[in-house]
Design a protein around this ligand. Structure first.
Ligand code: FAD
Length: 404
């Protein structure tokens, strides 16, 4: 059996940021990734013509300080691309018609009488113990919420957000540490996966793909990570950076209470389809994203904020249970192109957390159980969904286990 200073399970941004910090502190960190590709939800694709687009996460909002530390530390600072004019435009698809909007004009789509009846009382209500549906309906009115606000909020995690907590862990919005010297909203030349490749190539970080982890067990004063193919690795520090349902399964044998808490975090699946089309074929105006009132998909995100003279790309995030034919047909209809115009079609399946009221207690309980151990848990179900939330959680977990 091989051993390392640190073994990280899961090669998404949570796992790689943990490994990067461990390596920067002089440890040898091994990242075990189950699939053949590092990055998880950071999934930039490149066509044979060299055009790149995002099938997963697409934007760093609010100049993510923790991620920037890695971007700068891996020499990627000059690859930062500010997002262009299209970032300010988005579309609402309702009754077959596309309504082009901006941050202000979306407010004009609310029923004003309903908004005025609710907004002053609603804004004074506490978010504590309220669901997203409960609190935001109180502010804009129930009809305004279900007709307009809910589709936009649900587009963020590609699932209904009605039962998400309105505040605290698991809620959609939070303040993040911000760097004033860097543009607020950006991506990277080549796509966000560039930071994954750079972190994976850093001194002290070793990665193994196709390494499906089945179990994390305690041995002696440390841990043993067992793979599905029979290999295993030992380390005094292990970080589990996979979705909570999978972390729960890996930890069941030796950490049954922790495993039960992790199993409380619900998950929702999304099936994403990316298409690349020649620019001249698409009549749709340039926009950052499109949200339907009610459709087969939650949202479609474009690469228009970083325009290309020849190509446009769209990532549609679909509800589950649709066939590939249905998905492709709907994309062609919306883009008003023939399916034969798709130069490239790519797909991915994603699992994202579905937090509900009480998520804060679940997280507090998980953290209490981790106290005093050198087992770290990181991911997008702790501080929030955003890339930066994952990096901040990993920074905090590395600080805790390295001091333990
Ligand atoms: C479509 C989409 C768009 C998004 N857009 C944005 C955005 O614009 N900005 C933003 O800030 N955030 C965005 N997010 C959120 C953000 O990208 C994710 O929350 C974050 O990347 C999650 O990272 P992670 O490492 O915690 O999890 P993941 O990315 O899910 O990584 C977990 C990894 O663990 C691996 N794994 C699972 N099981 C095993 C196993 N048994 N053994 C070994 N490996 C295993 C998986 O293969 C995966 O690579 C978006 C998310 C999605 C899905």
């Amino acid at each position: 059996m091989e051993s390392r200073d640190v073994v990280v399970v899961g090669g998404g941004v949570s796992g790689l940021s943990f490994a990067w910090h461990a390596a920067r502190s002089g440890r040898k960190a091994l990242v075990l990734e189950g699939s053949e590709r590092l990055g998880g939800c950071l999934d930039s694709r490149r066509t044979p013509a060299g055009y790149w687009y995002e099938l997963g996460a697409h934007t760093c909002y609010n100049s993510y300080a923790g991620l920037l530390e890695i971007i700068e530390g891996t020499g990627l600072r000059d690859r930062i691309l500010p997002r262009g004019e299209a970032r300010k435009r988005f579309a609402f698809l309702r009754g077959g018609a596309i309504d082009m909007l901006g941050p202000i004009s979306v407010l004009m789509r609310f029923d004003k009488a309903e908004l005025l009846r609710n907004v002053f009382r609603g804004m004074r209500a506490s978010k504590e113990g309220a669901t997203t549906c409960g609190w935001y309906s109180g502010v804009v009115g129930k009809r305004n919420y279900s007709r307009i606000l809910a589709p936009f909020l649900s587009a963020v995690p590609s699932q209904s957000v009605d039962s998400f907590p309105a505040a605290g862990p698991g809620s959609l919005f939070k303040k993040r540490p911000r760097r004033k010297d860097v543009v607020k909203s950006f991506t990277l030349d080549g796509g966000l996966s560039s930071v994954i490749a750079a972190a994976a190539g850093s001194p002290g970080v070793e990665t193994l793909t196709g390494a499906i982890v089945r179990e994390v067990r305690t041995v002696g004063g440390g841990y043993e990570v067992r793979l599905a193919d029979g290999r295993s690795f030992q380390a005094p520090v292990v970080s589990v950076a996979v979705p909570p349902s999978m972390a729960s399964a890996m930890l069941r044998a030796d950490f049954p209470d922790l495993s039960s808490e992790l199993a409380r975090v619900g998950m929702a699946a999304t099936e994403s389809v990316g298409v690349v089309v020649r620019r001249e074929k698409v009549k749709l105006p340039e926009m950052a994203f499109l949200v339907p009132a009610d459709d087969l998909f939650w949202s479609a995100v474009t690469r228009d904020p970083v325009p290309d003279p020849d190509w446009r790309a769209f990532a549609f995030h679909f509800k589950t249970g649709k066939t590939d034919d249905e998905r492709r047909a709907r994309i062609a209809q919306i883009l008003q192109v023939e399916q034969g115009d798709f130069e490239e079609v790519t797909r991915r399946m994603t699992l994202l957390p579905s937090p509900v009221l009480g998520h804060d207690r679940t997280i507090a309980e998980i953290d209490r159980m981790l106290e005093g151990t050198r087992l770290a848990l990181t991911g997008n179900y702790f501080e929030g969904l955003a890339i930066e939330d994952c990096v901040q959680r990993s920074i905090g977990q590395w600080a805790r286990v390295s001091a333990a």
